[in-house]
Design a binder for this molecule. Structure first.
Ligand code: SF4
Length: 311
């Protein structure tokens, strides 16, 4: 049986996207371009309460390395693990990767594209850090190469965004996606399940807003609480504000969610994995990502459902 996206898997997977658009697996190579984040630099904000950005960057990176040498090292690292790669994306991942003058952005992005085997860029940023000049440059770049702009959406609830000090509102997210889509760019929405004050019933209702946003790709992460963050302190004082799920509960929730998602959106991830040394506590006791995906697929098969069946 083939589903609307032309594959036998019950959700529109990133691996299928790679096969149909690039003939096989494309490895993302994380780049730390040395950018900071406007939300961390602001005296009034001080950053998101869960921010521990070092946890998001692989150990082989460092700020001082040039973009090209970082990518060459990344290629060397992944060539041994996945020898059948069909190419690479330079993934500007750490902090806010549009938070610099346009001249600097241009220099760094263009440097990445000179690396043999790099077939495109993924630029991770905040919805409030996309000036018209940057958007126009990204549009021009998107005509020359494969480009995806990844936006931290995190929550569709104003109270949550305020509570975790994201420093932007939900309307700003919709505005950013509209501007990116008007320019014909691919987008990725990054969402966190489990932020304080939210419940699984609310996350399920939010899928309607995700369908309105209509990103090209989505990434789902369960909340992870990192060491030495304000959220670690909040969790220890007010654990009742958090709703972690067991592996089985999360699988059932993901199936409910996927059934309500538009079939056109490509799912990149269902959960996050970072080295345990960064975590303060692990309220979610999840399986490794591959095992979780297998359980989601098995559960969808048991239900006889698939992505978008309830849209
Ligand atoms: S936007 Fe990202 S880098 Fe900036 S404070 Fe929030 S989590 Fe940290």
């Amino acid at each position: 049986m083939s589903f609307p996206w032309g594959d036998e898997r019950r959700f529109n997977s990133y691996s299928h996207y790679g096969k149909t658009h690039f003939g096989g697996r494309i490895q993302k190579l994380p780049v730390d371009a040395g950018f900071s984040c406007p939300n961390r630099e602001s005296r009034t904000q001080g950053g998101c309460t869960y921010c521990a950005n070092a946890a998001f960057s692989p150990a082989y990176l460092s700020d001082s390395e040039e973009i090209v040498s970082q990518l060459e090292r990344g290629k060397h690292f992944f060539q041994r693990r996945y020898p059948s790669n069909n190419g690479y994306f330079a993934y500007f991942q750490a902090y806010t990767n549009t938070f610099a003058p346009l001249r600097v952005l241009r220099e760094k992005y263009e440097a990445a594209l000179t690396v043999p085997g790099v077939k495109g860029l993924i630029v991770s940023t905040r919805p409030d850090c996309l000036s018209d000049a940057v958007l126009d440059y990204l549009a021009e770049l998107g005509h020359r190469t494969e480009l995806c702009v990844e936006i931290g959406v995190e929550s569709f609830h104003e109270e949550t965004l305020e509570h975790i000090r994201r420093g932007h509102m939900v309307a700003c997210v919709f505005d950013a996606f509209r501007k990116l889509h008007e320019r014909g760019l691919h987008t990725c929405a990054h969402l966190i399940f489990g932020l304080p004050g939210e419940t699984p019933a609310q996350w399920l209702e939010d899928v309607l807003l995700l369908n309105q946003l209509q990103p090209t790709f989505v990434k789902f992460h369960q909340l992870q609480i990192f060491k030495d963050t304000e959220m670690e302190a909040e969790y220890s004082r007010f654990p009742e504000r958090f709703h972690p799920l067991s592996a089985d509960e999360y699988v059932a929730f993901l199936c409910d969610y996927v059934e309500r998602m538009s079939p056109g959106m490509v799912i990149e991830r269902f959960s996050a994995e970072v080295p345990p040394r960064y975590l303060a506590v692990s309220p979610w006791h999840l399986l490794r990502h591959d095992a979780l995906v297998k359980k989601v697929e098995d559960e969808l098969a048991r239900r006889g459902t698939w992505q978008g069946i309830l849209v």
